[in-house]
Design a protein. Structure first.
Length: 267
């Protein structure tokens, strides 16, 4: 059995999320169907991080095992020929050693995009969350810094989150403005269900002046999701990239240059 690794880019607007669901259109199902046609046998893919309905990926990483031999170009070009226009395989490589898309990852990077102007956008309606009230990006950035390090993120996890532990290590969060967009870049060793969107909701409330910058610190302390802000919409959320140890030969997004040399995966 050969293990193949793929980089995937997708617009999640039309999908019920990554994970296969009976009777629903999902990203995993579309990719598996496409690769199955190239392999001429069933293919099951495993991803670095499952995204929810409406969430996008600048780079998702997946792997699959297959008993048949195909050129890497066949997986890339052939796979894309069988995929809808809102999903694209961007690179393909053979796996090295014991590589696993999920369990080998050191860190994951998400980008949350907020369109901050009086009017909605006709072009970005499914790619960014719209906020008509002015946002103070500097105050949002200041508030986000309380989340750096290892914490119990119970105040930022979905009620139905199935993770055995609420603890995660936050490497960095940068909030900055680019013209009429406020962008949140966030990197951790792993994320809880809805964690990024819940953090974005809190930071947006702070940016609108509805709460002080240290509200994030207070929420960490009380560990109570019901006391935090509403979950931000999925439209603005993008899985930006996944970081692996250098031994696996997976090219890293430059944002991971900020990681410490001893960064480790979440167990």
């Amino acid at each position: 059995m050969a293990r193949i690794v793929l980089g995937i880019e997708y617009d999640g607007t039309a999908y019920a999320g990554w994970q296969w669901q009976a009777g629903r259109r999902t990203l995993q199902a579309e990719l598996q169907n496409a690769l199955t046609k190239i392999a001429d046998q069933p293919v099951t893919v495993h991803c670095a991080g499952r995204t929810d309905a409406g969430v996008h990926a600048l780079e998702q990483v997946v792997h699959f095992d297959c008993a048949v031999q195909r050129d890497l170009k066949a997986w890339l070009m052939g796979g894309n020929s069988q995929l809808p226009d809102d999903i694209r395989i961007t690179w393909v490589r053979p796996a090295v050693a014991d590589f696993h898309a999920r369990y080998s990852a050191i860190a994951r990077f998400y980008r949350y995009v907020i369109l901050n102007r009086p009017m909605k956008s006709a072009l970005l309606r499914s790619q960014a969350t719209w906020c008509h009230q002015p946002l103070d990006a500097d105050k949002m950035h200041m508030a986000a810094q309380y989340l750096i390090g290892e914490h119990d993120f119970s105040s930022f996890r979905a009620q139905g989150c199935q993770s055995h532990s609420p603890n995660r290590f936050m490497h960095f969060i940068d909030v900055y403005r680019q013209d009429d967009r406020v962008i949140i870049d966030i990197c951790a060793n792993a994320f809880l269900h809805h964690m990024v969107r819940n953090i974005a909701g809190v930071l947006m409330n702070i940016g609108m002046g509805k709460a002080p910058a240290d509200w994030t610190a207070h929420l960490l302390q009380i560990k109570d999701r019901s006391q935090a802000a509403a979950t931000a919409p999925p439209y603005g959320l993008h899985l930006g990239g996944v970081c692996y140890p250098e031994q696996y030969g997976i090219t890293r997004h430059t944002v991971f240059d900020k990681l410490p040399a001893d960064a480790r995966r979440f167990d």
